[in-house]
Design a protein around this ligand. Sequence first.
Ligand SMILES: [Fe+2]
Ligand SMILES: [Fe+2]
Length: 315
Amino acid sequence: MKMYIPVPTKFISSFTEALPFDVYVERSEGIYTAIYKKNSSHDEKQLARYEEKNIKNLFISRNDKLEFENFLINLNDLEHYEKTHIIEILKASLELNFEYLDFASQELQTNLELATQNVKNSLYLLENDLQMAMDIFKSLASSSHLLKHSYMVSLFSIVLAKRLGMKTERVILAIGLGGLLHDIGQTRMDQALFLKNNLSAKDWEEIKDHPQLGLKILDHNNCINTEVRSIIIQHHEQFNGRGYPNRLHNNQIFPPAKIVAIADGFCSLISLTSYRKTNKTPKEAIEIMRDDLGHYDPDYLEIFAAMVLQSKELK
Ligand SMILES: [Fe+2]
Ligand SMILES: [Fe+2]
């Protein structure tokens, strides 16, 4: 595991107050020097020079990981920061969620609180259109596939829920968090499975365990409510009752899980995976989903289709 966590220089420079963790610069490959000590003020001019030199990332030692996570969780008053800076903060925070998170560890609670904060920050950034969603997503270009997929599903699910007229903050937050955590069970599986070109029937059976594995990870954790759990366990159920794990039918499926299922299907089709070498355009993806009769809730799908097909950001 890496000993230093990269954080965007822009993120560090967006704070004028002292930070509760040491900040390092990578002088040469693998050689890190502390440039700011925790709880002491930092030199804005020096930070500006790092930015001028195009040093995109500074680093935080893993020893300060908890302080850093708690700092992110307690970040309030987002209106004091520029939106571009909040995107940088989100990026750093999401990467911590996915790269440094061992869901089996005692750090689970902090990590889930961080995931909740990440969704709250996204809600703050997101307006009802897809522009901001796409801007945030682009900033994650170099992140892991699971992070990008999970976050994209979270954003598209939130936007679709709003289009469907859902307004209650608790519901929207559950949908965003359910979207972010829907495939978290995959972190407990043999990662080689996700790099294979051709998956055997046995491989698919194994992959189909990920909703239950996801629930198991979150067992006994009170920061994740029933709504989020239902989304995780039901995101592969289908309208026609042919989904997994419980072959639920239309009325038996929790509506937010139907929303996440649509965002999940769409986001998978438009991105590359090891077993799908060519990605689809948004228009092609919608056609494939429409042709897959009985898979998705048809009313939700049409509202999603209208939203995607009218969006200039997705052209
Ligand atoms: Fe999944
Ligand atoms: Fe997924």
